[in-house]
Design a protein around this ligand. Structure first.
Ligand SMILES: C[S@@+](CC[C@H](N)C(=O)[O-])C[C@H]1O[C@@H](n2cnc3c(N)ncnc32)[C@H](O)[C@@H]1O
Length: 307
């Protein structure tokens, strides 16, 4: 696939962390050009973690792996115990390791496993296993864009949107990533879905996903933030946003304005410590939260725009 092209080198930053703090440790590891966090042992040869702990890994290109970056990451991890008041975070260390050259963009697919979320069975395109009659099939080729579907927030959103989408509806997906949520809405009968994401890799990936799932003609993908929406887009019957809590808070009014009266929403990307403030921002924007679900440290909210 990369014949004749030198593969980029990567550095792994690994922390053994308490299970209930893994997401936060992952956030702290992510600085500068780091865009990927993974959980669990990096290989079968890695020693089994002690009870109550597991590995958190983040990756940066070798070109970004400088002495300054390492010092910054170490300081961010060392500061966690004071920042949270959690004694179990004292003494966490970061192990930096330059990895051998490999095509990581495709090799991490090897460990991706199919899963169910709500009525959805999420499988690779090549998976031929028999499904239940009630399964809604979603085909996904995990790639470099956020949204392998396995993240707690995506699963929460898949389950919540399943009971809300009605046939023919127009759906907006803010921070669409792979496009999985928008495509899931189409699989349930949405007539149109518009997804946008600041990551330029998202739109082509999402179009590919929509094509694989037979709904490309009902989708539109744009690159950018909320500014990509204009007056002609008008209001939507449903709005999905699995984004980050600070962005949800900052754009709560806009999310509400994009929803028709009586329309539904499903939002996630909200960790425990931001849940109250984010829910308050939805209330203040005029959205009525009807359901709040959690998975691990993550919260998802669903509800409607009242008359
Ligand atoms: C947590 S991921 C969710 C991806 C996908 N919706 C899912 O549920 O699997 C959040 C996505 O939001 C995108 N994003 C972050 N800030 C954004 C913004 N201001 N406007 C649009 N997209 C944004 C990121 O690039 C990322 O793809």
């Amino acid at each position: 696939m990369h014949e004749g092209t030198a593969l980029p080198g990567w550095t792994e930053m690994l922390v053994l962390a308490p299970l209930e703090w893994m997401e936060l440790v992952g956030e702290r590891l992510c600085v500068a050009t780091c865009a990927t966090v993974a959980y669990g042992a990096p290989s079968l040869g890695t020693p089994r973690p002690p009870a109550g702990m597991d590995y958190v890994r983040a990756y940066v290109l070798d070109s970004a792996d400088t002495r300054e970056l390492r010092a910054l990451v170490e300081a961010r991890i060392a500061g966690l115990a004071d920042a949270t008041g959690a004694r179990e975070l004292a003494g966490l260390t970061v192990r930096f390791r330059r990895l051998p050259p490999e095509d990581y963009a495709s090799s991490w697919e090897k460990v991706w496993k199919p899963f169910r979320a709500g009525p959805f069975a999420v499988l690779r395109p090549s998976d031929r296993r028999a499904l239940r009659a009630t399964d809604v099939e979603l085909r996904l080729e995990p790639g470099a864009v956020f949204g392998t579907g396995r993240h707690a927030t995506t699963r929460l959103c898949l389950a919540l949107l399943a009971t809300r989408v009605a046939r023919g509806e127009r759906v907006l997906d803010a921070g669409t990533g792979t496009g999985l949520l928008a495509v899931a809405a189409c699989k349930l009968g949405a007539g149109r879905a518009l997804g946008f994401d600041i990551d330029p890799a998202a739109a082509p990936h999402a179009l590919h996903l929509a094509t694989q799932n037979g709904c490309a003609d009902r989708t539109e993908w744009r690159t950018g933030g909320f500014e990509v929406l204009d007056a002609a887009d008008a209001e939507f019957d449903g709005v999905l946003a699995n984004i980050y809590s600070d962005i949800l808070q900052a754009h709560a009014h806009e999310l509400c304005e994009r929803l028709r009266v009586g329309g539904w929403f499903v939002f996630s990307g909200v960790p425990d410590d931001h849940a109250l403030a984010t829910r308050a921002a939805f209330d203040a924007a005029g959205l009525r939260v009807e359901t709040e679900r959690t998975r691990g440290r993550w919260h998802a909210f669903a509800g409607r725009k009242p008359a």
